[in-house]
Design a protein around this ligand. Structure first.
Ligand code: ADP
Length: 429
């Protein structure tokens, strides 16, 4: 392996990580990135290499990717490359929503059990980079996107979870949810059935045939988390709230049971870590209560499934003023319809505002906005005490913002400046 010549396609976070691991392993490498070089490589440019590693962000239909395929040199993903050099166990987590929350929670629980655990993959540090700089005692918990699952060969986690599957990124899968699902299940099939975790909602989903699995009996019943009828914790003792987070917690506990043994779930330090865990920013974050109106930032909701989860978690009636819209990824916005009974009014913005508005026409009171600020201000000024103003856009953010975090921060800033905004408008009336 050490004398290998590796072609790296894409020189972002993943490509740089592959380069680092090549250096650490003594492999020669060369980078091909269409954004850095005006010359598009052809098939002959790749023929001199022993291996091609492609970054998850490179579209399969791009000329460079196609030239690499035609060269017939073995083509693998960054995650596969990292795995080939990894001597530590890898626990993998994929699904449309909840990956980051479940990955971070699983790491927190493993740390509480005394393991040296580290989150890798989609969450930040690529597996290749972590492998280049880590000892053998680390347990890697990999957040895996479906893009990273394309072009895996030997990648074989010790335990793995598919949390849920809903419409997202279908533009990359010819608008076919079954082929999107197949990519996720392919990973699960690499794991022995005893260590496969299937998310709760998927177990009841008639659209998908899930691979064989032996679920560990962690359940939530009457507000209590149980393992084989023994109480673990009451759900209201936790900071992670809402039915979707209960699903994430159960998946995480099942992974821990599969990896470390079921009896470990009763360890006091693990239960304390579970109680103390709070989700990252921009995920159902209550940012203010002003004049009886609650403002919640859920900018991380980038598909309809996540927005539905948010509505179910926060609303106890038709009291949500929902800020919705952004960049489409080939999603089915009619999936939002069941949630509209919880929505007083939808404030629709972003590039796909017309698509969303026509999917929801007749289902909810709605209005289209061209400006983010105006939509936020309208929702706020129309809100009555007891209402919730929720930013949960069901779309990517890149039409108006750098990323979901910038969108969330912009919302928080607007809410924090509401008092001065309201006093300015009342003076000008
Ligand atoms: P991911 O890494 O898969 O994007 P996150 O944990 O960052 O997942 O959560 C993304 C969004 O999805 C947030 O808005 C969050 O509230 C919502 N979410 C989290 N878990 C679930 C779930 N199990 N089902 C539906 N939505 C979820």
């Amino acid at each position: 392996m050490s004398k290998m010549k590796v072609a790296i396609i894409g020189y972002g976070v993943s490509g740089r990580a592959v380069e680092k691991l090549c250096d650490a392993q003594g492999c020669k490498s060369a980078v091909f990135d269409d954004n850095l070089s005006p010359e598009i490589p052809v098939q002959e440019d790749f023929a001199q290499f022993d291996l091609i590693v492609v970054s998850p962000g490179v579209p399969p239909y791009s000329q460079t990717y196609q030239a690499a395929v035609q060269s017939e040199v073995e083509l693998i993903s960054e995650m596969e490359f990292g795995f080939r050099h990894c001597s530590s166990p890898v626990i993998a987590i994929t699904g449309t929503n909840g990956k980051t929350t479940t990955t971070e929670l699983t790491v927190a629980l493993l740390l509480a059990l005394g393991y040296d655990a580290r989150a890798v993959g989609n969450i930040g540090t690529p597996l290749s980079e972590a492998v280049a700089g880590q000892g053998d005692n680390t347990v890697f918990v990999a957040e895996v996107s479906s893009f990273q699952l394309e072009k895996i060969v030997t990648f074989k986690p010790i335990a793995a979870a598919v949390l849920n599957i809903a419409s997202d990124h279908l533009d990359r899968y010819d608008n076919n949810i079954q082929s999107y699902a197949a990519t996720k299940f392919a990973m699960l099939k690499k794991v022995i059935p005893e260590k496969r975790v299937i998310g709760i909602s998927l177990q009841n989903d008639t659209d998908f045939t899930t691979p064989d699995h032996h679920p560990v009996p962690v359940v939530a019943a009457d507000g209590v988390l149980l393992c084989r009828d023994r109480k673990l914790l009451a759900l209201d003792a936790l900071k992670l709230r809402g039915p979707h987070n209960t699903e994430n917690i159960i998946a995480s506990l099942q992974l821990i049971a599969a990896f470390a043994g079921e009896d470990k779930l009763f360890t006091p330090a693990l239960l304390e870590a579970l109680r103390a865990f709070s989700p990252g920013n921009h995920r159902l974050e209550t940012i203010a209560v002003k004049d009886g109106v609650t403002y919640i930032n859920d900018s991380k909701a980038t598909n309809p499934h996540a927005t539905l989860a948010a509505l179910r978690a926060v609303s106890d009636g038709k009291n949500v003023r929902l800020l919705l819209g952004g960049l489409d990824k080939g999603m089915d916005f009619t999936e939002l319809i069941p949630g509209m009974k919880l929505v007083k009014k939808a404030y629709i913005l972003g590039e796909c505002r017309e698509t969303i508005a026509s999917a929801l026409q007749g289902e909810v009171d709605l209005q289209i906005y061209r400006s983010f600020d105006l939509a936020v201000m309208s929702a706020s000024s129309e809100a009555d005490p007891g209402d919730i103003v929720l930013l949960s856009p069901a779309c990517a953010s890149m039409d108006m913002f750098k990323n979901y975090a910038e969108r969330g921060e912009c919302f928080v800033k607007k809410i924090n400046s509401l008092d001065s905004w309201k006093s300015r408008t009342s003076k000008s009336l």
